[in-house]
Design a protein around this ligand. Structure first.
Ligand SMILES: [Zn+2]
Length: 47
């Protein structure tokens, strides 16, 4: 099971995939994880 990243965390640079709809969010070094832009889910896994 992959590590889960939640909205509001700063997991670091990389791509994260919504656990609900699979939407990919790309974050920079100091970006905070937003809610999913597609379905407003709050948990993601690193791609
Ligand atoms: Zn989603």
């Amino acid at each position: 099971m992959a590590h889960t990243v939640n909205t509001g965390e700063k997991p670091g640079k990389g791509e994260y995939s919504c656990t609900k709809c699979g939407f990919d969010v790309t974050l920079g070094d100091r970006d905070k994880m937003p809610p999913c832009p597609n379905c407003h889910n709050t948990s993601f896994t690193k791609v």
